[in-house]
Design a protein around this ligand. Sequence first.
Ligand code: FMN
Length: 165
Amino acid sequence: MKALVVYYSRTGNTREVAARIADELGCDIEEIHDTQKRTGIIGFIKSGYQAARGKDTVLEPYEKDPSSYDLVIAGTPVWAGKPSVPISTYLKENRSKIKKVAFFCTYGGSGAEGTFRTMKEILGMEPIETVAITEREIKEDTCDCKIEPFVRDVEEPFREPSEPR
Ligand SMILES: Cc1cc2nc3c(=O)[nH]c(=O)nc-3n(C[C@H](O)[C@H](O)[C@H](O)COP(=O)(O)O)c2cc1C
């Protein structure tokens, strides 16, 4: 299976989880960068406002072509119960190029379902797996117990019948 982990991270949590997933899978990884400044309190308020309204942004150019992967694993922080603006823009730009998808998010503790639902609606495609990791699980370094089963499950549909788990 050829997989790509693609993610956006404003403050590093989603980057941390993305790196662990890509490491477990031994697959390619790409971080999406926004042209809009999102730091500080103004950046926070703007980001929540834009995410709640389903706004788009202009992304910096990215390298990897999702159409050359069997599976794209898209990761985002939860913003106002929705996917971050950069990742929803990325999904809109690439919906015709994605064959199979899985989602992950990082969050404080509410809004993961709405985030995954919106990502699914943008793509018009069910994810093969999803996982939501809290800030606390990242800080306390307990997120591997969610990441490991997620990675096993995303690999499963691509496994040859004779291959051991
Ligand atoms: C604009 C904004 C809105 C947020 N909204 C939510 C939310 O609705 N629910 C939640 O649990 N966490 C929310 N958070 C917290 C982030 O989802 C959480 O800190 C995430 O792990 C950040 O990921 P990052 O470090 O990769 O940017 C919000 C953060 C920001 C910046």
